[in-house]
Design a protein around this ligand. Structure first.
Ligand SMILES: CC(C)(COP(=O)(O)OP(=O)(O)OC[C@H]1O[C@@H](n2cnc3c(N)ncnc32)[C@H](O)[C@@H]1OP(=O)(O)O)[C@@H](O)C(=O)NCCC(=O)NCCS
Length: 171
């Protein structure tokens, strides 16, 4: 399996339904525009039987982090760098859930962000989880920011270690 950049000519964005209208609409209306302006990148996993069908997608971007909401040892370690890689969205087509695709997409997104961090250097990955989905990310080692239960983070150093140790569900 591999993800490819969203291509509006090839992928049927309107047929994607993850059950969350805001995420469906983002894919349909915004993802391509944001990518064309270099604001973010959206990657899709195609159905192997029909490459026009999107089984799942995620969107990556950069974000600035308020260091005061991090644990103290991380504030001290990263006082000079407020940037983080952001998994802004991640969703699986309802027809394809509960088969490990969400986990696979998350690992794929983390691999890309690790490569990006190796090249330009940023200390943190942040994810915006929709209500009730935080536990999906917590199984992989993400922790919620103080007072922000739906925004979670993981230090890049921990991600690197996890890959070294074979992160859960690596495919
Ligand atoms: C959340 C979502 C990405 C999970 O995708 P999926 O392909 O079904 O996930 P997986 O099959 O890889 O599930 C992996 C684990 O996550 C757990 N999980 C699945 N959906 C979950 C959810 N909504 N909340 C918490 N945990 C969840 C599963 O129980 C599973 O654990 P297990 O292996 O111990 O059984 C998918 O249901 C989805 O797109 N939901 C709508 C959009 C959304 O909420 N996106 C995430 C936030 S932006």
């Amino acid at each position: 399996m591999q993800t490819v950049p969203l291509d509006k000519k090839r992928h049927q964005r309107k047929r994607f339904d993850c059950g969350v209208e805001a995420l469906n609409n983002y894919l349909k209306l915004m993802a391509n525009q944001h990518a064309s302006k270099d604001n973010s990148r959206t990657y899709v996993l195609e159905d192997p039987k029909d490459e026009s069908i999107i089984a799942g997608f995620y969107t990556l971007a950069m974000v600035t982090v308020d260091l005061s909401v991090l644990p103290e040892h991380l504030q001290n370690r990263h006082y000079s760098n407020h940037t983080a890689g952001l998994i802004a969205r991640l969703a699986v087509n309802k027809r394809y859930t509960k088969r490990g695709i969400g986990s696979w997409l998350l690992v794929d997104a983390l691999k890309k962000l690790l490569v990006a961090s190796d090249m330009v250097g940023f200390p943190m990955v942040v994810v915006d989880a929709k209500e009730g989905v935080s536990s999906f990310y917590e199984q992989f080692g993400f922790q919620p920011f103080y007072e922000e239960k739906e925004r979670l983070f993981m230090p890049v150093a921990d991600i690197r270690t996890s890959f070294g140790n074979g992160i859960k569900n690596i495919h």
